[in-house]
Design a protein around this ligand. Structure first.
Ligand code: PLP
Length: 459
């Protein structure tokens, strides 16, 4: 398709252009160019409006990221003003004011001594850079053999070569080559996989398995434990109480860096700026963030790192080293200005307090779906939740048929006015953090109908 620049495209032409020319991050290749994704033309609060003018609740808030909702003038103005003021600077040689201010603001939000912030372009590059920092750290400390990374099955950490290799969700990367020689997977802390163990016994089992994996690899070789506070893309898996503190203690015993991947849980999703300490009881060595830092208005990510770690490889301990890793757009002034405006809105509108106030209601309404056929398990924390569906709800096994249930529910919900994030047999809900009780009722009401319709087709 070739139209003059500046000419108006109608919805049909735009859909046709997308079909012919876009390669999206998830394509059933035998159908490349045949099926159209919904074309969204606008967003408004917790809603998106499609090209035909239909208004849908955005159940997953884009990809768990539009915290303050769509259409906020404060962020749009901050982006425009910064673009006019200083659209770009090289982070390799210069500093811009929004990135300096944002680093200080984030340092004040993080727990412990995580007082230095490195900016990237999104979540994958945040985790990738954090992992690469630990690589640098151990090399400077003169222990190049300490490089192994331990992660969990069902975890998700991104789409760079390294972060993809750290992402354990089954079937994530068919036909891609994955780095495997220095990464190992331990069990997901998913209580549904606990068999006949109660929560305390399951936690003991998980800690023991972690210790065994460290012993198998050799403590002198294990560099990092990388974990999401709750496994978001794995299906909102909430670990047993005390899990993270127990794992952190094991890390401290063996001088292993604990990285908490807060790309989803950061910036209010669980009612705090960061969930690691206040919700999950752990002060990590590094926290990664992205998504909600700008409410998804523009790309930005990064990590905050402990001064204790930095002190070991800087100043008198630098051993002549030069940290050299980054991006053309590290600390991009427009992204950082958007993040500052986003933080100002979250503070002004009391959004963290709102999430803390409303999350019990969200969980209760989500759990009200447990009486439906197909619903095997419901989980929620803060404003993120998941409904897991199985044809045989008494079995822990997920069949290939079950893996398509989420997509069926999504189709019905889209007809009824709700976007669902189908993840195999699971439907994830993580709405914009400004959602009201009435809007939660609407969202769960539609989800109920969508599940009922899917059940009627199947059972
Ligand atoms: N880490 C976690 C926990 C995520 O959920 C994601 C994306 O969903 C990422 C990292 C990767 O972030 P991005 O897609 O911005 O690269």
């Amino acid at each position: 398709m070739n139209k003059a620049v500046g000419s108006q495209w109608n919805a049909t032409e735009m859909e046709e252009a997308a079909r012919r020319h876009l390669l999206s991050p998830s394509e059933a290749m035998e159908k490349l160019g045949q099926s159209a994704r919904p074309l969204l033309s606008r967003g408004d609060g917790i809603y998106v409006i499609d090209a035909k003018g239909r208004r849908l609740i955005d159940g997953p808030a884009g990809m768990w990221c539009t915290q303050i909702g769509y259409n906020r003038r404060e962020i749009a103005d901050a982006i425009a003003e910064q673009a006019l003021q200083l659209a770009y600077n090289s982070p390799w040689y210069t500093v811009n004011s929004p990135s300096a201010e944002l680093a200080a603001r984030i340092a004040a939000m993080t727990p412990g001594d995580l007082n230095r912030v490195f900016f990237t372009t999104g979540g994958s590059t945040a985790v990738d850079s954090a992992l690469r920092f630990v690589e640098f750290y151990n090399n400077v400390l003169g222990r190049p053999e300490k490089k192994h990374i331990i992660v969990r099955r069902e975890g998700y950490h991104g789409s760079t070569a390294l972060t993809a290799a750290c992402s354990g969700r089954a079937g994530n990367w068919p036909n891609f080559d994955i780095i495997s020689d220095r990464i190992s997977f331990i069990s997901s802390p998913n209580i549904r996989l606990a068999g006949d163990k109660d929560e305390a016994a399951f936690l003991d089992f998980l800690v023991d398995e972690f210790r065994q994996e460290i012993a198998r690899v050799g403590a002198d070789k294990v560099a990092v434990f990388l974990a999401e506070p709750l496994l978001a893309s794995g299906g909102v898996i909430i670990p047993p109480k005390g899990y993270h503190a127990r794992f952190k203690a094991v890390c401290e015993e063996h001088d292993i860096v604990y990285i908490s991947d807060e790309v989803v849980t950061g910036f209010g999703r669980c009612g705090e700026w960061f969930a690691s300490e206040k919700v999950f009881g752990v002060v990590p060595d590094i926290i990664t963030f992205a998504k909600g830092v700008t409410s998804g208005y523009v790309p930005l990510g990064g990590f905050a790192i402990s001064e204790r770690l930095l002190d070991k490889v800087s100043g008198d301990n630098a051993r002549g080293s030069n940290y050299s890793n980054g991006y053309t757009y590290s600390g991009h002034p427009v992204s950082c200005a958007a993040a500052l405006a986003n933080i100002a809105v979250i503070e002004k509108d009391g959004i963290l307090e709102h999430v803390r106030d409303i999350s019990g209601y969200f969980a209760e309404r989500l759990h009200s779906l447990a009486d439906l056929p197909l619903v095997a398990n419901v989980r929620a924390s803060g404003l993120v939740g998941c409904v897991e569906c199985l044809v045989d709800t008494s079995s822990p096994n997920v069949t290939d048929f079950d893996k398509r249930i989420g997509a069926r529910i999504d189709i019905h919900c889209a007809e009824l006015g709700l976007i669902v994030r189908p993840l195999g047999n699971m439907c994830v809900m993580s709405p914009a953090l400004i959602i009201t009780r009435e809007q939660i009722d609407d969202m769960i009401g539609i989800l109920r109908q969508g599940i009922e319709r899917a059940a009627a087709e199947i059972m």
